[in-house]
Each structure stands twice: as structure tokens, then as C-alpha cells.
Design a protein around this ligand. Structure first.
Ligand code: GLU
Length: 485
């Protein structure tokens, strides 16, 4: 019988949930759901100095926000597989490391940083660029070790990497991958402070937790042979690995924290007013190609169609415009009640809307539903109406044109005769037609001066919406200001 599929997302709490991490998590999750398996969330926190406050919470809760729901996690552990944080199971790693020592597959190393640095320089002088540990501690006698211990030196533990061995595995994304063991030096599996290194801990975790498949970033590809040496010593069956290609920016360079025009953390997207389903959809298409031109997929659809064979083998370009477009599509798909619920938190932070009731907020929200690509953006549109843009000299000159005088006068009169401004597309039409008949201006000559006078912009939302938002008094103020210039 085939083993139950178990995959995992195993972040280090050295940073908040990054889009690259979210993509790894999503693909593991989709693979699990497609195969009716389990998706496990666990924490790799052995890089103690680099761990940061709040990172663990963000890694899990931003994932939950994306509706990527682990079957097991630090908050929802399965007693069979406890523990879900590496620092909680140091004694387990210690036990397995000892087992490797007893088998002759690992050994204690008493070299200090200075010793290693010296050896590195010696190798460099001999033209060797890829440093390999020279195995000087491999054959220490028990007496020698005792001596060193007495001096207070605590050993690390190194894996004895076999010589002349070809390591081969079938990568789920890139096919057959081959490494030669001679390219690897004996690497540290337990540091002298008793904390395991990533390559060791991850093997123990994946084995203990019955992990069957691992999808992770390409940066781990060269770690995989190191992990396979360990599996081999223990005679454990390794999981199947799939290394996803890197994410690049529009210039084709690997995405880095310095790419300021790309927002990189899921919590930032949440705060900006992106919808989780839109991010999931975008991440799906970041390195995975469907077999149709359809672009919008719900998570449920993703469970059905996801196929690891369609994971791309070339770098995935982060198309910022597509992400914003995708989110605008998801915003449009919300029904009006859901949309208002989503957008209201952004509106109530806007100082211009301080004393407005829900009815007004809802009206204003709906005006921009098909304009915005993320929630916070609504305030940009709204502010452009409330805060009139300064007119430049050309615009002022343009508005002074004699032919617009009658337009401003008649427009003023007509607005003044309204009790309040509450136009709809339908009621605004006759209002405009009457004016046009009076002033004999139409098209651009009609709308542009009014728009400029009211907002200071040449483009924007429909005129009747501007009037409704500003209200009668403010509209009259702004028109008289232009008339008096
Ligand atoms: N903690 C590792 C990382 O964040 C996980 C690597 C793995 O999935 O094996 O990159």
C-alpha cells in the first residue's frame, strides 16, 4: 500500500512570511490536498541569533489568512509527531548524532574557528577555492579527545562524507540530478553548543514526521545531497524532492529585499487591502502553468488541477502589474455587501470621511469598486476629490478662456438651485443636456473645465460622483473660486 502523502512547510522564524515562502507553502499544500494527504507546518528555529520576534506568528497566521491551512502545526500538533519546533527536541538530535558516531559515520571535531580559517587560507594558497574540511580530527584517539575536553574545548560533530560516491535523485521539478560526494567536505551536523545544523535537523524531522514529499526553493538543491548522505547512513527512505525555480524581478534578476517596487511580505499585502484568494491565485501562476489560458482559479479549483509536472523549470518572473490586476478582478467579484465589509476599515481611517454615516460610506465605496486594485488605494482616489490638486499656469490660463465664463456661471446657478446633490447616472443626463443647450459647449469643452475647476485633475471618476461626494456647498465654493480668478 502506498504511504499517505505528507508534506510540510518549514520556515525559519528569521523573518515574516515572504511571498517566496508562501509560494512554497501553497505548492506543498496543493500537493497534499490533491493526494488526500497532510500538510504540516513546523518551525526550523536553530539559527537562534537570527530569529526575530513575531516571525513565527506571522509565518503561521499570514498563511492561515491565505487560507493555506495546515493539518498539523505548532498550534495544532499531532501528539504522534510532536514536536513542531526544533529547539524543543535537541535531545532527539543528540541521540541520532550519537548513533552516527557509534556507527563510525560521524566524528567529533575540536577545531576552532581560527584553526579552520588557517586551513582555509592554506587551501586557498594551493589554489583550492571550495574549502573542504581536512579531516584532522577524524582519527583522534580517545586520549587526545580527553585532553582537549579537559582544556574546556567542546567539540562539534561532523558527518563523514563518503569518498567517490555518486549521489543521484529524481527531482520532481527538474528530473534527474547528480552530485559527486568528493565535492563535499565533512560537514558539521551538531554545533559545539549542542544545536544541530539545518541539514541534519531537517533530515531527522522529515524522517520522524513521515514526510513523503518536499517542495522547496532552488537554493536548497545543493543541500539535498548532504541530506541524502545522512538518509543513507541511517538506511531511511528519503522523501521525494522537488526544487522550485527562483523568483526573478522584471529585469530577470533574482528577487531581493532591495527590489523596493515589489512588496514582498504577505502581511504588507494584507494591510494594503489585497484579498487572500487573489494572492493565492497569483502565487499559483508564479512558477506553475495551467494547461489552458484560464487565469482565475479558486483554491478548490487549484486542488483539482494542480499537477507537479507543470511546475516550471525556468525562473518565474514576478509580474507586479499582473498581481494588481488579479486583485482588482477579485475585488470586482465580491458582492456589494462583502465588498463594503472589506473596504470599510480603509474608509474609516480617511480624515475626510470622519463624520460620515454608513450609507454615505457605502455609496462612496461602490463608486470606486471597479477603479481600485487594492483596498488602501480607495483613499488615493477619494483624497484626489477632497483635496483639490493645484492648477498649473497653463491650466489657469485655459480656465480663463472667455468661452468658459458662461459655463461656470450657468453651472453655478444650476447647482445652486438643487436642494442637495444626489445624482445617479440617469438623473445626471438631463441635467447635463439642459446645460449644454444653454452654454453651447460640449464634449471635452464642457467636461474638462468643470473637472479641472472641481478637482484639479484632467481625469478621474464620473462627474456626477464628484459632485455627490463634494456636496453642494463645496462644489459652489470651488466654482466661485475659479470664477473670481
Ligand atoms: N527552513 C528552511 C528555509 O526556510 C526550510 C528548508 C526546507 O524546506 O528544507 O529555507
Amino acid at each position: 500500500m502506498d504511504k499517505k502523502v505528507r508534506v510540510r512547510y518549514a520556515p525559519s522564524p528569521t523573518g515574516y512570511l515572504h511571498i517566496g515562502g508562501a509560494r512554497s507553502a501553497l505548492f506543498n499544500y496543493l500537493y497534499a490536498k490533491k493526494h488526500k494527504g497532510d500538510f504540516v507546518f513546523r518551525i526550523e528555529d536553530t539559527d537562534v541569533e537570527r530569529n526575530i520576534e513575531g516571525a513565527e506568528y506571522s509565518q503561521l497566521h499570514d498563511l492561515l489568512w491565505l487560507n493555506i491551512i495546515p493539518d498539523e502545526s505548532i498550534e495544532n500538533p499531532n501528539p504522534k509527531y510532536k514536536y513542531y519546533r526544533q529547539m524543543e527536541k535537541l535531545d532527539i538530535y543528540k541521540k541520532y548524532a550519537q548513533q552516527l558516531i557509534d556507527m563510525g559515520a560521524a566524528y567529533e571535531c575540536f577545531c576552532s574557528e581560527e584553526d579552520l580559517e588557517k586551513s582555509r587560507l592554506e587551501q586557498e594558497a594551493r589554489g583550492i577555492t571550495a574549502f573542504k574540511y581536512d579531516r584532522r580530527c577524524l582519527n583522534l584517539t580517545n586520549e587526545e579527545k580527553e585532553e582537549l575536553r579537559k582544556k574546556g574545548i567542546k567539540p562539534s560533530i561532523r558527518l563523514k562524507v563518503p569518498d567517490d560516491e555518486v549521489i543521484e535523485f529524481e527531482d520532481l521539478v527538474r528530473g534527474k540530478v547528480t552530485f559527486n560526494s568528493n565535492d563535499f567536505g565533512d560537514f558539521v551536523i551538531m554545533k559545539s553548543n549542542g544545536i544541530p545544523t539545518y541539514n541534519f535537523a531537517v533530515v531527522i524531522d522529515d524522517h520522524i514526521m513521515d514526510i513523503t514529499h518536499v517542495f522547496r526553493g532552488e537554493e536548497h538543491l545543493s543541500n539535498t545531497p548532504k541530506q541524502l548522505f545522512i538518509y543513507k547512513y541511517f538506511n531511511w527512505e528519503p522523501p521525494k524532492f522537488g526544487h522550485m525555480t527562483i523568483i526573478v524581478n522584471e529585469k530577470g534578476k533574482k528577487l531581493s529585499k532591495r527590489d523596493n517596487d515589489i512588496v514582498q511580505f504577505v502581511s504588507q499585502y494584507r494591510k494594503m487591502g489585497f484579498l487572500p484568494a487573489a494572492i493565492d491565485n497569483f502565487l499559483l501562476l508564479l512558477g506553475w502553468t495551467p494547461d489552458s489560458s484560464k487565469e482565475i482559479y479558486s483554491l478548490n479549483e487549484m486542488f483539482e488541477i494542480f499537477d507537479e509536472k507543470r511546475l516550471s523549470k525556468s525562473p518565474s518572473m514576478f509580474d507586479n502589474k499582473k498581481l494588481y490586476w488579479m486583485n482588482s478582478q477579485y475585488i470586482k467579484m465580491l458582492d456589494d455587501d462583502k465588498y463594503f465589509e472589506f473596504i470599510k476599515p480603509f474608509l474609516i481611517t480617511n480624515e475626510h470621511l470622519k463624520n460620515k454615516d454608513d450609507e454615505f460610506l457605502r455609496k462612496i465605496a461602490l463608486i470606486f469598486k471597479s477603479e481600485i486594485s487594492y483596498g488602501e488605494e480607495i483613499n488615493k482616489f477619494i483624497n484626489e476629490i477632497y483635496v483639490r490638486n493645484d492648477l498649473n499656469e497653463d491650466e489657469i490660463k485655459y480656465l480663463k478662456d472667455e468661452k468658459f465664463k458662461i459655463l461656470f456661471d450657468e453651472f453655478y446657478k444650476k447647482i445652486n438651485s438643487c436642494e442637495q446633490l444626489n445624482f445617479t447616472k440617469e438623473t445626471f443626463k438631463p441635467f447635463v443636456n439642459e446645460l449644454i443647450n444653454l452654454v453651447h459647449l460640449k464634449g471635452k469643452d464642457f467636461y474638462m473645465p468643470l473637472r479641472l475647476a472641481l478637482t484639479g485633475y484632467e481625469h478621474g471618476v464620473e462627474m456626477y460622483n464628484i459632485l455627490n461626494i463634494l456636496g453642494k456647498d463645496e462644489v459652489l465654493n470651488r466654482i466661485s473660486e475659479v470664477r473670481s480668478k
